[in-house]
Design a protein around this ligand. Structure first.
Ligand code: NOJ
Ligand code: CA
Length: 594
């Protein structure tokens, strides 16, 4: 065979081979540990979450879509993002904005087609970025064909794909749910279905029935759909409420204490680790992928059981200690800085070199980072947003940024219940405001601070109508009216913008492995105004100083430490080689220590 023919054959064979083989070969070459950590691309990555409904609308129907994402990949590449986490893009009737999946192998019609997905994935790879997708397999939509079948009869082959139980007779003879489990979205977690006179379990909305993972056929279906997407070339999964997949089939009533924290009560079922290990063996072990579990109900002490690399379950998880620290249920409370900082020390001490962490303070289930942990007033929005980006990108763990935070997008000025879309807000309103338990004004005030819709308003691309998100007269959820001042076009062009600052901190992180594999130490844990910590890798030692107050202060570094050379700052300063720092409100600096 001639050389040209041979290379044509090799090319043809290569295009037939699933990407898994190439990946697995790469994955099997062990690298030397760095500071005791096994290096991995997902440890070095900066992840950016895209909420597709709100990212960019390409066809003028008011709904973000996949071609819209593809059209904005240069913006993400320029920011320096390594991995995109895409919230659910699957076929769904949207009871919970895509977290209720009707068909795991189909793209939501509003978001485009499978060809659009393939084009987007190829364009992501072309830009040397990766894509992880949302795996939502604790529950499906009630419109998924498994559930459509399941509810038909007790003898249906899909009956045991879900949890069906008899009701229990109440005092007046009327049927009551099988136990007292509440749904995260208000009301009972059991829904009566007249077709077979039984109840089915739904920890979330009525339209989100929980899958029965004790049925091996369910697990096989899940592994098979995971392979379907991995074989297309996606680089892993963010796993929705994954600690909830294993249930106690006896469904005993929850105790009053358990009822006060149902996340904890529902997580960590009897077979959770067994199923995650099986999933790893059957799926993840065969690909070079990243997995991050949404670890509702998993304490720090339990975390290594899920992520220790010798256990072969998940790579890492989202722990909600930090993001929910200034929350009391639906209420926002002032940030107690020493308590907040202590979380990061506990994590550094509680997770050893085999357990990798994540760092995040926002996502599609939480309000905007600058409005929640910073100060979104006109005076301090820019410096406080930059300070928070500095912190997220220099703490210990893989950072996850949420779309729009790089622009300093803020919470939305909701006026009435009609302004909201979220099923969680609406169900809570029905259950508590309409029944007179909570006053409407108080509820709306809380929702202005904590509702999930704050972060779901469309991306603000430019100062044109609807922030350049859509050409439709009305987007699916109103654009924040501040888009004329806060938008990507302005910020990309302005060298002093939050976007360009975030870009420089991401580049700085990429250039300094101390921020990835280095040790972490809080040097002033009791300080109520300043968060100051070091990251150390061998001889390389850096100091991060963050003023969480809006007032200026003089900060004397503890223990006679001298700040060395100034590497980065969110405000103009030249101060360096001194032990006494004059910090403006919300000032953030990074020094290299000698
Ligand atoms: C967690 C997701 O992040 C949230 O948006 C969703 O409502 C629930 N899981 C149910 O899937
Ligand atoms: Ca669209």
């Amino acid at each position: 065979m001639k050389a040209a023919q041979l290379s044509a054959l090799v090319l043809a064979l290569a295009s037939l081979a699933p990407p898994v083989q190439v990946m697995a070969a790469q994955a099997s070459q062990p690298q030397a540990a760095i500071n005791g950590y096994q290096p991995a691309w997902w440890k070095e990555a900066v992840v950016y979450q895209v909420y597709p409904r709100s990212f960019k609308d390409s066809n003028g129907d008011g709904i973000g879509d996949l071609p819209g994402i593809t059209s904005k990949l240069d913006y993400l590449q320029q920011l320096g993002v390594d991995v995109i986490w895409l919230s659910p893009h699957y076929d769904s009737p949207n009871a919970d904005n895509g977290y209720d999946i009707r068909d795991y192998r189909k793209v939501m019609a509003e978001f485009g087609t499978m060809a659009d997905f393939d084009t987007m994935l190829a364009a992501i790879k072309q830009r040397h970025m990766r894509l992880i997708i949302d795996l939502v397999v604790n529950h499906t939509s009630d419109e998924h064909h498994w559930f459509v079948e399941s509810r038909k009869s007790k003898a249906n082959p899909y009956r045991d794909f879900y949890f069906w139980r008899d009701g229990r007779p109440g005092p007046d003879g009327k049927l009551l749910p099988p136990n007292n489990d509440p749904s995260f979205f208000s009301g009972s977690a059991w829904q009566f279905d007249p077709a077979t006179n039984q109840y089915y379990l739904h920890y979330f909305a009525v339209k989100q029935p929980d899958l029965n993972w004790d049925n091996p056929k369910v697990r096989e279906e899940v592994y098979s759909l995971m392979r379907f997407w991995l074989d297309k070339g996606v680089d892993g999964f963010r796993m929705d409420v994954i600690p909830l997949i294993s249930k106690n089939p006896a469904f005993p009533d929850l105790t009053p204490e358990q009822l006060s924290n149902i996340g904890d009560a529902y997580a960590n079922g009897p077979h959770m680790h067994e199923y995650l290990q099986e999933m790893n063996r059957n799926v993840m072990a065969k690909y070079d992928v990243m997995t991050v579990g949404e670890a509702l109900g998993i304490s720090l002490a339990q975390t290594p059981l899920m992520v220790d690399d010798r256990r072969h379950e998940l790579n890492t998880i989202f722990n909600f200690d930090a993001i929910r620290f200034n929350r009391d249920g639906i209420k926002l409370k002032p940030l107690d800085l020493p308590g907040f900082k202590a979380i990061y020390t506990r994590h550094a001490e509680g997770l050893d070199k085999h357990s990798w962490d994540t760092v995040f303070l926002s996502n599609h289930d939480n309000p905007r980072v600058v409005s929640t942990f910073g100060d979104d007033s006109p005076e301090f929005r820019v410096p406080s947003a930059k300070l928070l980006e500095t912190m997220l990108l220099t703490l210990r763990g893989t950072p996850f940024l949420y779309q729009g935070d790089e622009l300093g997008m803020t919470n939305y000025p909701f006026r009435s219940i009609e302004d909201f879309d979220d099923i969680e807000v609406k169900n809570y309103y029905k259950a508590n405001v309409l029944t007179g338990r909570i006053a409407e004004a108080a509820y709306l005030e809380d929702m202005r601070h904590t509702s999930r819709d704050n972060s779901r308003t469309p991306m603000q691309w430019d100062a044109s109508a609807n922030g350049g998100f859509t050409t439709a007269t009305k987007p699916w959820l109103a654009e924040n009216p501040n888009y004329a001042q806060i938008n990507a076009a302005e910020e990309v062009a302005d060298p002093h913008s939050i976007y360009n600052y975030t870009r420089s901190v991401i580049a700085f992180r990429h250039d300094h492995p101390a921020f990835i594999y280095g040790d972490y130490q809080d040097i002033d844990p009791g300080n109520t105004s300043v968060f100051a910590y070091t990251r150390t890798l061998g001889p390389e030692r850096y100091l991060v100083v963050l003023n969480f107050e809006s007032k200026p202060l003089t900060y004397t570094l503890p223990g006679g430490i001298t700040a060395g050379s100034l590497m980065l700052a969110n405000l103009p300063t030249k101060e360096q080689n001194t032990g006494s720092l004059h910090l403006a409100g919300w000032e953030a600096r990074i020094y290299k220590l000698r």
